[in-house]
Ligand binder design. Sequence first.
Ligand code: FE2
Length: 350
Amino acid sequence: MSTGNARAASRLALAAFAAGIAYVPFAAQAEEVVNIYSYRQPELIKPALDAFTAETGIKTEILFLDKGLEDRILAEGTNSPADVIFTVDIARLQNAKDKGVTQALEDETVNANLPAEYRDPEGHWFGVTKRARVLYASKERVGDEPITYAELADPKWKGKICMRSGQHDYNLALISAAIAHWGEEKTEEWLTGVKNNLARKPDGGDRPQAGAIAAGECDIALGNTYYVGLMLTGSDEKEKSWAEAIKVVFPTFENGGTHVNVSGAALAKNAPNRDNAVKLIQFLSSAEAQKIQAEQAFEYPATPGIEASETVRGFGELNADTLPLAEIAKNRKAASEMVDRVGVDDGPSS
Ligand SMILES: [Fe+2]
């Protein structure tokens, strides 16, 4: 089959499963196409995929979904055309594995390219870029001294901290990491201290926390690194002014580093174009693709030593925690129950 035909057949496939019709791929297509189911916006992943196609001749087809990706693959069953799953956050990667829509991949190239702490030990998911959960701090009201995660519970910050819901994936991963470092009892004490230091009830996403700092409602807030890059370089003038009012502070755990999470890929359970899917995951793990991906989304390459974008380097030095993400993921339920027990989302006690 010619490349053009393969592309047409693949489009047909996407149309067929969009309409809920079972689709059996042609065998001849196997050498030429890889089907990607993605929670990531197509424009963020397209430059890396274009580089992949230029190097291998394998075309990529993207199905973008903002929810229900795993359920869709389950519903498609053995006829699922999905070869590779793309998503952000350890919670979603782990969820894909737990729902049984991934398969194990033991690949020497991928394993050599990516640090072990950012991959599933059983090979069901691979983090290819990372983001750090840092502090946005007022340029005007916060000095240059380092701030640890532990210190967020110090009464000196009373009424000065903002955050989004404690139940959000990003905060649950941070609290899960704290449990892995400190154990449950100490983490609960800490989280209670953080709650008591809140300026207001947790609300909104990470970006509006920077807005609250700009408006003088709080001095520091928990947020992910890439939002600062997005706000600084985006077209929204209000968000730009928020980002300009804050600086990035990299908090650390004692004897550890700054909490990071990943964006990554998984080999889909059925993967009709398995060989091509493996080639894509190998490519994504390469320094070249990590760099492209990280640039696009203001993330960090997963592998230390590969440079982040100029904007991201401008935040300062990231010393990433080396706790394996699979260990962090195990504490998610305990973290979520703790958030409720402590009443984080009720805001500060009066
Ligand atoms: Fe995000």
